[in-house]
Structures are given as structure tokens and as C-alpha cells.
Ligand binder design. Structure first.
Ligand SMILES: [Zn+2]
Length: 81
């Protein structure tokens, strides 16, 4: 019996990640787009540490998730420490 959870087929995103610089340009009205989502130019990929979201427009890291730190945090939480 597998303990893996099925990946949902629907989009479950409740809050999008944005490059703060792109978002600032959009809110200032200098970005030619209808929404922050349509203005974004993000690359998402695996790294040696985990997963990174990168803004191609500003050549800046938006977020870099470290899978080891996440796993350690989950393990500590389940142990109650
Ligand atoms: Zn950006």
C-alpha cells in the first residue's frame, strides 16, 4: 500500500508569488500589463538545494526553498520540538 498522496489535478494556489520589483513597477503603473501575473517573467526550477523561483526581468531570486530545511522543520514539528 502506497503512502504517497495524489497530486491534485486542479490549481490549488491561494496566493501567487511575485517578484517585488515587478510588483512595484505594476502598482506604480509603469508596467504594461493588466495584472502582476501577466507582467511576471519567472523561471521555476530545481537547484542543488531545492526549488528556486527566479525573475528573468530583474535577474533576481524571488524565493529559494531548501528541501533539507523544510524536511528538518517538518521532522521537528512532528517531534514537538
Ligand atoms: Zn522582477
Amino acid at each position: 500500500m502506497s503512502t504517497r498522496t495524489a497530486v491534485p489535478a486542479a490549481c490549488d494556489i491561494v496566493s501567487y508569488l511575485h517578484c517585488p520589483l515587478c510588483f512595484e513597477e505594476w502598482t506604480a503603473g509603469t508596467a504594461p500589463a493588466d495584472s502582476p501575473k501577466s507582467y511576471s517573467r519567472l523561471s521555476i526550477g530545481l537547484t542543488l538545494r531545492g526549488l528556486q523561483v527566479w525573475c528573468d526581468r530583474h535577474e533576481a531570486s524571488v524565493v529559494h526553498l531548501d528541501f533539507d530545511e523544510i524536511a528538518t522543520g517538518i521532522a521537528e514539528k512532528t517531534r514537538g520540538t
